[in-house]
Design a protein around this ligand. Sequence first.
Ligand code: SIN
Length: 487
Amino acid sequence: MELADSELLRTSAYIDGAWADAHDGATFAVYDPATGVEVAQVANLGEKETQVAIEAANTALDDWRSRSAKERGAILHRWAELIRDHADDLATILSAEQGKPHREARGEIVYGTSFVDWFAEEAKRAYGETIPSPVADRRNIVVKQPIGVCVGITPWNFPSSMITRKVGPALAAGCTMVLKPAEQTPLSALALAELAERAGVPPGVFSVVTTDADGAPAVGRELTGNPLVRKLSFTGSTEVGKLLMAQCAAGVKKVSLELGGSAPYIVFDDADLDAAVGGLLGCKFRNAGQTCVSADRILVQDAVYDEFVERLTDAVSGLTPGPATGKADLGPLIDEQGLDKVRRHVEDAVSRGAKVIVGGSQPELGGTFFSPTVLTEVPRDALIMHEETFGPVAGLVRFRDEDDAVSIANDTSYGLAAYFFSRDVGRVWRMFERLEFGMVNANVGGMGNEAAPFGGVKESGIGREGSKYGLEEWLEIKSLTLGGLDD
Ligand code: SIN
């Protein structure tokens, strides 16, 4: 891997301001999913080293939370600046371990940096309140304080921005943080730690604990069970989120969970079809469909169904999968398990009567690549309609009218993102209100930005990231009563 700054390729964990190997010297391999070639051997830590990181976070807490929000913000701005300065190298590292095209990886770095800058400013606005007291000689005041030692567990699909979206607000609020990145993509996390150190983040304030898939349960138990930890923020599957939430329950730790989704993408007969097709290309094929806000159920109204299929087919036929360093539109799936799921969803839909219009199998590249795929006439009981596919497969379903669309869309235990296209202002407002999702989007195929709250309802999660609401997740409300004001 060629980097302008080779110091960014770190393979030891980062604990208490120092690069740390496992006690027993164990390491695990990180592979490029596009080629299957080993990229690096990374320190394989366990429970004991995780405990050390948590204790360091606890020791660092007093100094960090007593600094002013302005001082913490200045350090975070420096971190953001360094991330921007090294965006090319960070994108190279990200693509090498995750597989997404370099251009897209660079976009993720820029997206991730926006959270650091945003929260560097937002922490200055962690306002409290005065409340008129019902008792004449008393005053009631609310202040907001950092929760304390926090832990983050982040996924492989956005190896950089899901870290900055948690660590940015945590540190801005005055919390300290121990982070466990996904075993597939630890290198982006370690590069961010290197830059955090250069930015002046003090030892123990941000540590990164790396471990492989076998070590993850023990590390996860320590992160969620250690009594010094006051909060967990997790992005990943609903299945793992439920497990971590249960583990946190024993210590009544606060949780923020950003979990799976099964987004409906609804195209009404009055939609701007070009906009709907354009939006779907980004929404469905970004990161090869491996995002939790990806359109999983594409519902198209009868009257425009055939025309929409035609336009979408043309657009999707032009998408090229390939390795990150080339001109590809989309990369490989993360691993064999991911590929198996996508294959299973396509086979299941076809066995129930769906038609493959584009793709449907692997391209000649082999490996874990899967061709951008369009399936039509997908039956409502197909797996793709109920489970997250996490792949580049657009499954289309017909619907009759608004009620029909709402009933199909809401028929899921997930509630993360929903999209619809319509030019009718009455319908737009009704759909905003009727769709049971944390993020509802009209006439756009994407919505992530630092200023808007990101998060789900139902089994898609708890809490919000980004925006002014994102800071609240890292703060506790403390109620103060001042009495004895009479002379
Ligand atoms: C995710 O898929 O977890 C996050 C996607 C985003 O922020 O756009």
